[in-house]
Design a protein around this ligand. Structure first.
Ligand SMILES: [Zn+2]
Ligand SMILES: [Zn+2]
Length: 115
């Protein structure tokens, strides 16, 4: 069967198109990051930083998802540490993609949400 929405091939016996389901869950996941971000911006909770596999840079772990960084890199479980949002700018070795991704979303958060 071919999905009418995205034209991906849907395997026999599968009810929902895997590509569409993945996109929908990614969207829901990004909305969750957005909803929780004000609490991290206020310093109420620290962000978890860590190393991705084979990377010298520190990456920012996604909120509520321990396996990936904001840039999409898979996170290495052995090296983790926590920093509040303010400290990110002082973390020199921070992955540029993670930094850009979280700042892009943080720019959408209004000061009212953080307070
Ligand atoms: Zn589809
Ligand atoms: Zn990264």
């Amino acid at each position: 069967m071919i999905c009418r929405t995205c034209n991906h091939i849907v395997p026999d016996g599968v009810l929902a198109c895997p590509a569409c389901s993945e996109r929908a869950s990614l969207q829901a996941f990004l909305e969750m990051q957005r909803a929780l971000l004000p609490r991290f911006l206020s310093g109420e909770y620290p962000l978890t930083l860590g190393r991705a596999n084979n990377s010298v840079h520190a990456h920012i772990q996604l909120i509520g998802e321990s396996k990936h960084a904001w840039c999409g890199a898979p996170m290495n479980h052995s090296q983790r540490w926590q920093r509040i949002f303010e400290e990110l700018d002082r973390t020199i070795s921070l992955c540029a993609k993670c930094r850009a991704a979280i700042h892009k979303m943080a720019a959408e958060v209004t000061p009212k949400e953080v307070a």
